[in-house]
Ligand binder design. Structure first.
Ligand SMILES: [Zn+2]
Ligand SMILES: [Zn+2]
Ligand SMILES: [Zn+2]
Length: 480
């Protein structure tokens, strides 16, 4: 059945009249007008009500007034019921495995007849119960979909991705770049040192000009960063109240969770994102399991009585020795949830009587970041992580190759290690995209002598920060 056909089997706004259903709603199986309520085919109008063919009074003889002709019911004239297509249709209507819809105990009638609520004399009154909440259809009534074993309404089950496609071997010279180092001159060293000393009030400026700079050795640090964006696909059963909106027909088995194309724009790459979608060919419409299609259910706050125990006198009719002014001695109060009817709108189908079930998939993207620092001096690695250097390599692709050709062996080995780790670390996630880069952070190791003292300090980062753990000439402005 194509969607156009589906549209045709919808009742017109206001229903088919005899069906007595709300606009846009389908009568359920078993709720058709009882046999006999429709005139059997060929019997409208009843025999004898039309003059036999050829015996119509002709206009020139006075004739019948037009309005005296028996009228066809309007629903037949424009929207003849299509018995051959009677709902529910296989594929979108209640599935064969759905629980049988018992004829409900005329819940609407019950509600209509409910007398003003009041407890019987001596009746044990209970405190208010919890309000009614939506329930999920029984899991064993749900279709078994190929590729979706163990589907539940709770979700949480990630579908492991298919194994990644094999990568061609990495090019041996991948990442071969030239890394330049700038070695500061003696004058530059004193300049950076002067800036450092000026930030410390108790450091004497003497050594800045007087110290002897023995040597300046560049020992640049390298930072290798790998970002891996992954996606996880979580599937679960979901349902929504069905208000008669068209449902695309099931045309075959559903696509597997990883067969569904989900795309992102480049500006969304390497971000934490989440998106939900409906898996095609998993949808079906069924009568609501909660209200059995009746659209209302027993109120759980008053347990269907329409009243609850008076909260003021707790059902004792008197309060502090006098008559309870809250319930005036009736011991009860009208239920605030159902307003005394004993029945409430079914929260599961939102009083539509039907639900549409489908498989919902949640795609969760994450960006995993890793870093490897190669630093060969006594400078703490943490200083390098936050220091700014120059990017000497950058690469981005669906998957990246290890930097086998990078001039520093530890960086090559680090990239091999991290890329391998990211390939296997998240079993439930598929690598969506990767990027990596190498940053060269200048580190210069300065050996100095000042008086009889000899030592080492460091100038590092593009901002020429100085790390001088035992500056030779500090005054003591900290009073003990
Ligand atoms: Zn319901
Ligand atoms: Zn009371
Ligand atoms: Zn109630």
């Amino acid at each position: 059945m194509n969607p156009q056909d589906f549209a045709n089997v919808h009742p017109p706004p206001g229903g088919y009249g005899l069906y007595n259903v709300s606009p846009g709603q389908y009568p359920l199986q078993g709720q058709y007008p009882p046999a006999g309520q429709y005139p059997p085919a060929g019997q409208y109008p009843p025999q004898g009500q039309y003059p036999p063919a050829g015996q119509y009074p002709l206009a020139q003889y006075g004739g019948y007034a037009p309005q005296q002709y028996p009228q066809q019911p309007p629903m037949y004239a424009e929207n003849p019921p299509q018995y051959s297509q009677g709902p529910p249709q296989p594929g979108w209507a209640a599935s064969a495995s759905a629980p049988p819809l018992e004829k409900p105990e005329s819940a609407r009638q019950v509600a209509g007849l409910a007398a003003p609520p009041s407890p019987k004399p001596g009746e044990e009154l209970e405190a208010e119960g919890a309000d009614r909440t939506p329930t999920t259809p029984p899991l064993d009534s749900m279709a078994k979909l190929p590729g979706y074993d163990g589907l539940s309404f709770e979700g949480g089950g990630a579908r492991p991705p298919p194994p990644p496609a094999a990568m061609p071997p990495p090019p041996a010279d991948h990442g071969r770049v030239a890394v330049q180092h700038h070695v500061p001159t003696q004058a530059e060293v004193r300049e950076h040192l002067a800036a450092f000393v000026s930030e410390h009030c108790c450091y004497s400026k003497g050594p800045v000009t007087d110290m002897k700079i023995v040597s300046v050795t560049p020992v640049p640090a390298l930072k290798y960063s790998l970002d891996t964006m992954t996606e996880k696909r979580i599937t679960k059963w979901e349902f929504l109240p069905w208000r008669g909106e068209p449902v695309p027909p099931v045309t075959g088995p559903p696509p597997g969770p990883w067969d569904v194309m989900v795309t992102l724009e480049p500006h969304q790459w390497f971000q934490k994102l989440q998106s939900t979608l409906e898996i095609p060919n998993t949808q079906s419409v069924r009568g609501c399991h909660d209200c059995k299609g009746e659209r209302d259910v027993r109120c759980t706050r008053c347990r269907g009585r329409g009243y609850t125990r008076c909260t003021s006198c707790r059902g004792h009719s008197s309060h502090h020795g006098g008559n309870c002014s809250f319930c005036h001695g009736t011991r009860s109060r009208r239920c605030l949830c159902c307003h005394g009817k004993g029945m409430v709108d079914c929260p599961t189908c939102q009083a539509t009587g039907n639900i549409r079930c489908f498989v919902q998939m949640t795609v969760v993207w994450a960006c995993h970041k890793d870093m490897k620092v190669v630093e060969r001096t006594d400078l703490p690695d943490d200083f390098i992580k936050t220091a700014v250097g120059d990017e000497v390599f950058r690469g981005e692709d669906v998957r990246v190759y290890p930097l086998l050709g990078f001039p520093d062996e530890q960086i090559s080995a680090g990239s091999v290690e991290l890329i391998k780790k990211h390939q296997t670390q998240w079993q439930d996630e598929r690598i969506f995209r990767q990027r990596h880069s190498v940053e060269s952070v200048p580190v210069n190791c300065v050996v100095y002598s000042y008086g009889s003292k000899e030592g080492t300090f460091f100038i590092y980062g593009n901002g020429n920060k100085v790390h001088f753990p035992d500056y030779p000439s500090k005054c003591c402005c900290v009073i003990q």
